[in-house]
Ligand binder design. Structure first.
Ligand code: ZN
Ligand code: ZN
Length: 413
């Protein structure tokens, strides 16, 4: 027995004016999704907790069966795992942006004019041999990922993720100063090491020939990196250890790949899976079908629904849902013909009139042999609330799926 879990990011929504009071899911003509709803069992799900807006990282920890309140240890680690870095226990990882500081030290551009990956790589070379002298036994590594993004890792004994963000998330202000967020010696050491690294890195970047050239050409210099979201590896058993399944993940964005890697999924690289609106959905669906050959649990992540929501475009979100419905058709057929299970849901609600994550539950449906099909035949937030699953918690979903697979041991005798 096998199961495919499809998660559309930020899928849940609220009634929107642009769609005559309907949610994008209600307005969408999503024939394949409705077919799954009518064959399967439906419900709504509080991914982290009722009324709690989840980040995509805590939401996915929940969906993979962990209690995020207990195991979440910052975003940076997932970002690092997601770009393919290997973290050691105790490493502190930060997400970083290349940014432009003006002459007065104020942030002019948080993305350094969306610097290209090639140029970011050249600049990163200059940061390779920076040594931390003020804190003994600590090394710093900066690795660029895509465009202006990168990851900084501090490695050594006695570090902590309890340090403040340097990136203030806005322009026109100075970057933050590294501060310990608790009274521990570890947080203090980490803040000190981070300070020294940044001071040296910004100096080298400011003097770099490539940045001089960018200035001459009237382009913003990438003269700073701004770390945020300090995180350490979560201490969690893999889904393999926990349920005895072989698990594969198909996702575009680094964060999703990172959470999946932390949970012991094998992350498959799919050409065209970019995590953007233009991502090649068909290629991801094909990859999911072929991953089912040698995996028991296949996780397929689709980002575009959340992007449209953040951009406050309900009509685009509706169109994307319709596109997803058509694209998953071969996967739905495959799952049915093989007698496998399919679960389809979102990781949180991102109302497309609000443009931010909110705490409303998301719709969920599960199709497969023996599920108690209910009378819901439309896949949307309102119809699913009448379904047989009722209202479940995100962290219970994996157990529910694994029970269909016969992988959950009896409790008691
Ligand atoms: Zn999300
Ligand atoms: Zn989002």
């Amino acid at each position: 027995m096998k199961v495919v879990l499809i998660v559309c990011d930020g899928l849940g929504d609220r009634p929107t004016r642009a769609l005559g009071g309907l949610t994008p899911l209600q307005a969408a003509e999503a024939e394949v999704l409705d077919k799954v709803a009518s064959k399967g069992v439906c419900g709504i799900m509080d991914v982290v907790a009722p009324g709690q807006p989840p980040g995509s990282d805590t939401a996915h920890l929940s969906l993979f069966g962990y209690d995020p309140w207990k195991v979440y240890s910052g975003r940076g680690a997932y970002e690092a795992l997601g770009v393919g870095l290997n973290l050691k226990p105790g490493d502190v990882a930060f997400r970083c942006n290349f940014a432009t500081l003006g002459g007065d030290g104020v942030i002019v551009d948080r993305r350094a004019g969306r610097i290209s990956s090639e140029e970011a790589k050249v600049l990163s070379e200059a940061l390779k041999d920076i040594r931390i002298e003020s804190v003994p036994g600590v090394e710093a590594m900066f690795v660029p990922s895509v465009e202006h993004r990168g990851v900084l890792i501090l490695r050594g004994e006695g570090l902590s993720r309890k340090v403040s963000d340097i990136d203030p998330h806005k322009t026109g202000v100075r970057p933050g100063v590294p501060r310990p967020l608790d009274d521990s010696r570890e947080a203090e050491r980490t803040a000190k090491a981070l300070s020294e690294f940044l001071e040296k890195a910004w100096k080298r970047l400011a003097e770099h020939p490539l940045n001089r050239k960018r200035v001459e050409e009237g382009r913003p210099p990438a003269n700073a990196i701004l770390p945020r979201g300090a995180g350490t590896l979560p201490n969690i058993p893999s889904v393999g250890e926990r349920w005895g399944v072989r698990a594969a993940a198909i996702a575009g964005g680094a964060l999703y790949k990172g959470v999946a890697r932390a949970a012991g999924f094998e992350v498959l690289n799919v050409r065209g899976a970019t995590g953007t609106v233009n991502t090649d959905l068909n290629a991801k669906v094909e990859a999911a079908i072929s991953a089912l050959k040698d995996h028991d649990l296949v996780f397929l992540h689709i980002k575009a629904t959340d992007t449209a929501s953040h951009d406050k475009k309900p009509e685009l979100k509706k169109t994307i849902i319709e596109r997803i419905s058509r694209a998953v058709s071969p996967l739905v057929e495959h799952v049915e013909s093989m007698g496998y299970y399919l679960a389809f849901t979102g990781d949180h609600t991102t109302p497309s009139e609000v443009g931010e994550h909110r705490g409303d539950p998301v719709p969920i449906m599960i199709m497969g042999p023996g599920v108690r099909s209910d009378d819901v035949d439309r896949f949307d937030e309102v119809s699913c609330a009448r379904g047989g699953l009722g209202r479940i918690r995100g962290m219970d979903l994996m157990r529910i799926l694994m029970d269909y697979l016969g992988r959950v041991p009896l409790f008691g005798e």
